[in-house]
Design a binder for this molecule. Structure first.
Ligand code: ASP
Length: 334
């Protein structure tokens, strides 16, 4: 179990009244139930636990290193993480851990573990059970998942959907991998198979990627400045509906300039919660694809960003990046 921080291990600062992370040994004192689990659990903590709003790609590299160094010694890994950026971290880890054949389950909570009404205990205990669930020598969930409020979701399909409900996460385009009720029910047909290849990690991530939400007041001045930012490698466009955006010449010309002259990868994903890009459905969507914008299908923003960070970090050719981007490589798109 790897503790990174987040509300789960926070307490109220008496001076400011805000929630700040406390150290891991105090967190463990709050879950004596862990001793009842018939599993051997070792724990490791970030030296400086963080509110996950402070997460950076360096933290993902650190998590990958911890998993890599301990990979052969454990059946699975549980990562305690703040909920704010949990979907980003889960998505990033899914790409950075190639041929993963052990469960990596992220969880956290909406209320600190010391709070009487906390959701932390159930989340931690069931996550540990999932991480240790095997059928013979085969793990039941050989992938990166998020367990929260009775549901196990595929990490790279998940978004944080509520800051006030215990049920904080949704996986809008993929059904849950498991549900916890009286029994812990796994939906095996939705879970990735154990891969054939050898476990491998990737720690090079490109950071120069911009996310732009298309909106009716987007104008030429503002958009041209974005295209002109030095060193931008990719732009993720969150477009309307099934992948539509304005077709005015200035917009299409700026995108063409970005693609052809600056070799920027431009990606189309939808700003809708549910559904996917259907490039030929409307003229406004077809136009984007015709100039070489990539089809992000039903990727979440979190998965689109981290998939691009990973692919660009591999220094592949432009053609190879487009081809890998547009097909599922870790179950992240349909
Ligand atoms: N701000 C907190 C964090 O992401 C929220 C949480 O843990 O739920 O670390």
């Amino acid at each position: 179990m790897i503790y990174t921080g987040g509300t789960i291990g926070m307490h109220k600062d008496l001076v400011t009244g805000t929630l700040v992370p406390f150290d891991f040994s105090r967190l463990m004192e709050h879950i004596p139930e862990l001793q009842l689990i018939e599993k051997e659990i070792d724990t490791i903590s970030f030296a400086q636990p963080i509110d996950s709003s402070n997460v950076r790609p360096e933290h993902w590299v650190l998590l990958v290193k911890i998993i890599e160094e301990n990979y052969d010694n454990y059946d699975g890994f549980v990562i305690l993480h703040g909920s704010d950026t949990m979907a980003y971290t889960a998505s990033a880890l899914s790409f950075m851990l190639e041929n993963l054949s052990k469960p990596v389950i992220l969880t956290g909570s909406q209320l600190p573990i010391g709070d009487l009404r906390t959701d932390a205990k159930e989340n931690i205990i069931t996550s540990i059970q999932i991480a240790g669930s095997y059928q013979g020598s085969q793990p039941i969930v050989p992938e990166v998942g998020i367990y929260f409020e009775f549901k196990l979701l595929r990490g790279n399909r998940t978004v944080k959907a509520s800051s006030e409900h215990f049920n904080a996460f949704e996986s809008p385009n993929y059904l849950p991998l498991a549900q916890s009720g009286v029994d812990l029910k796994f939906y095996k047909d939705r879970i990735l198979p154990v891969p054939d290849g050898i476990f491998n990690t990737h720690k090079n991530l490109e950071e120069n990627i911009i996310i732009i939400k298309i909106h009716p007041a987007l104008n030429k001045t503002y958009f041209s400045h974005i295209i002109d930012i030095p060193d931008v490698k990719a732009i993720i466009l969150e477009t309307y509906g099934a992948g539509n955006a304005l077709t005015q010449d200035w917009f299409i010309d700026l995108l063409k300039e970005a693609i052809e002259k600056k070799s920027i990868h431009i990606i189309n994903i939808t700003q809708c919660q549910k559904g996917e890009i259907i490039p030929g459905k409307y003229e406004t969507g077809r136009k984007l694809m015709s100039i070489g914008v990539y089809n992000g299908k039903d990727l979440t923003t979190e998965a689109a960003l981290t998939k691009m960070m990973y692919l660009l970090g591999k220094k592949l050719s432009k053609k190879a990046i487009k081809s890998a981007f547009e097909r599922p490589i870790r179950g992240e798109m349909s």
